[in-house]
Design a protein around this ligand. Structure first.
Ligand SMILES: Nc1nc2c([nH]c(=O)n2[C@H]2C[C@H](O)[C@@H](COP(=O)(O)OP(=O)(O)OP(=O)(O)O)O2)c(=O)[nH]1
Length: 140
């Protein structure tokens, strides 16, 4: 069975987003330098929502309010290689200033027109494409 991972699409405003927070991985070597949605593995017995709050506090030092999920094609999740299935939530920061405390060496707020300015991890690209087309339509 696929291990569940949660990832946050952190935006500046849930109702009318203009910026998305991307994080550059610092490890492991095979993934270092790739940009991703901050988050991580769901612990046994933990809900996706609780895991999301825990990971964002550990990795970025922020508290968030979770918005809608961004369902993927496999039981609502997005496949990451053979072993993981990522569940993505929209989120907005309610307290704290995000910093690359753990697992990342850079954070960047991307304007929605520039979502592809960073080198996303391969398996994140379908998610970024979906968000980009959703937000382009909303803004037009
Ligand atoms: N968090 C996250 N992981 C992703 C994304 N895209 C992607 O391929 N992955 C991969 C990288 C890892 O192999 C796996 C998630 O592991 P992780 O390293 O983020 O999990 P974690 O924070 O719980 O780490 P650890 O305690 O096990 O070291 O999913 C993404 O957008 N966000």
């Amino acid at each position: 069975m696929n291990r569940h991972v949660v990832g946050a699409a952190i935006v500046d405003d849930l109702a009318a987003p203009t910026l998305l927070l991307a994080a550059r991985r610092s490890a492991p070597a095979a993934l270092a330098g790739g940009w991703e949605f901050p988050g991580g593995k769901v612990d046994e017995g933990e809900s996706h929502e609780v895991a999301m709050h825990r990971e964002l506090l550990e990795e970025l030092g922020v508290h968030v309010h979770l918005g809608d999920d961004v369902p993927g094609p496999e039981d609502g999740g997005w496949p990451l290689g053979e072993n993981y299935l990522m569940f993505v939530f929209l989120a907005v920061i309610t307290s704290g200033v995000p910093a690359p405390l753990e697992d990342h060496d850079e954070l960047r707020w991307l304007p929605l027109d520039d979502l592809f300015d960073v080198g996303w991890l391969r398996d994140d690209l379908p998610i970024v494409h979906l968000l980009h087309s959703r937000w382009s339509r909303a803004g037009s």
